[in-house]
Ligand binder design. Sequence first.
Ligand SMILES: [Fe+2]
Ligand SMILES: [Fe+2]
Length: 493
Amino acid sequence: MFKKFYLLLLTLFVFFAASCSSYSPIEQSKQFGLGPYNSASSKKYEETYGKWGAATTLEKGTEFKPEMLGLTPGSTTADVNINWYSNSDEDESVVRLFDAEGEFVRLIFGRTGVASAGKGYHKVNVKGLTAGARYKYSVSNNGVDWSEEHHYSVPAAGTFRFAIVADPQLTTGNQDSASSYFSTPSTTAKGWEEVVEKIAESGASFIVSTGDQTDAILGSEAEYANFFAPEKLRSLPFAPVVGNHDVHCPFIYHFYLPNEQNVPETCTGAGQAIVEKAGNYFYLYNNVLFIALNTSAYPSGKEDAASYITVFENTIHAAKAAYAEKYDWIVVHHHKSTASVAIHAADPDIQYYVEAGFEALMTKYGIDLVLAGHDHIYVRSHLMKQDAADAFSVKSTNGKGTIYLSLTTASGLKYYPPFVTISKNANYPYLSDGKTGSEFLSASNPPLSMFMQSQKMTPEYTIVDVDGKSMTVTTYGSHGVVDRFTFSPTLAK
Ligand SMILES: [Fe+2]
Ligand SMILES: [Fe+2]
């Protein structure tokens, strides 16, 4: 009752102030909002709180404490997606945006839904951002109580830097006991926080993931809390993919994916079957088209894998159609590396994805770089290609092809040694000497795709500098540089 009375007063006050101000209509609209993008949500908001029922200065209302607040890239750099949880029964999702000087820009309304364990999830898409601009934002679940302010910088057009991580796979426990570097304390949460800090210090604009964000396959909000804990994740968008450890409803609740294909309407129960089909999406970042594919499922054979390949191909088609002529590069990120050398190198599910055409798609659609994880080791491939003449990927002999990059864990959860597989498989991987299968895999007879591998038993992350048609890819571990290379797009787009 009191709140409603307060809102009425606030509404009258702000409306009176607006009427008496000397702002031109355009300035007024800047002062009080250019108009929300979600009209259904904004209509409900207006019915409840009145048209101007929002605090429009940063000083007003900082009592709201959102949980697990994070950013996901928008469809282009002119967008950003903001997502968080709350445990309130108040159910609006509102972002207030300010410019770098703290002047109010507008309110943006989003979507709200029921998440795990009595929580609500909140997702807001902020559009119309200016390249190179700095913004401040705060969030609310009722339009009255707001979070503290956070900063978000839009990358300038042209050159930019992004980061890649694999398998942060947050737990509530410790790093691998065999590590050659331990955080203090030696938890995965601390290891992850250290890596996010280093990425933020590098000046990267956002983080591309190759999956296994958290560990518990059934989903653990305590692990998600550790995942979102680093403060820099309030300013650095994070682009997740579904790994085999992420096949639970909280993955859907926690991330607001741009241009997602086949968006599930609801997630119920454990959610595995639903999430295995979600999370295929894409976004344009300056001159790079990023496409995220979901290889979390375990197909039972080539035919089963083909249904996923169809979804991947449709996603690539949609991405290329949406941003035709706007990119020089295409980067795919997904989870289960098809070009690795450790315990997952001979896994049948990966073999089925490859036989059903995963790598053939990469060649066909001109993918320059394929990023993956799952095997908790660093591996860089040769320039590879698979076309009608090849049953499987082979080394390119004409200087045109795709680089497959597999990264190790960014938190230090666990490390896998090279050339020790868990699957006995006579048919996969394809080896340097022309044979196939785990029986013949060794350091002297690695998969034919392997250019180099490294297992330093420390958390690692990769920084990519994009300068027009040049990319420099540098991977760092706790003891320094693991690998660095520079390349250019070679395949027709
Ligand atoms: Fe995995
Ligand atoms: Fe993993």
